[in-house]
Design a binder for this molecule. Sequence first.
Ligand SMILES: [Zn+2]
Length: 96
Amino acid sequence: MDEFAIREPRPDDAEELEALITAHFSEGSSYGVDLFVADSWYHGGADSPEKLFDRHGYETIHRDPIERPAAECPKCEVECTCEAALAVRRTGVTER
Ligand SMILES: [Zn+2]
């Protein structure tokens, strides 16, 4: 497994971070959804964003798989089920 270092943000991070956020919002809006979640640690457990949103009346309509071997994932052991991003929408919004 790779080692990850956590550091304080630097001023020159802002531009890259803003570009990343803009790209995610653009991606999310292309699915016409209420919410687009980028979460590289989604692992399908009870605390996964998909299940949390499900409990609050959202359905997942798009998943972006990470597609990496389980050996490279800090959570999964047999097969990596992590998602890079989820697009969710409120259940019942389009059914009136
Ligand atoms: Zn995984």
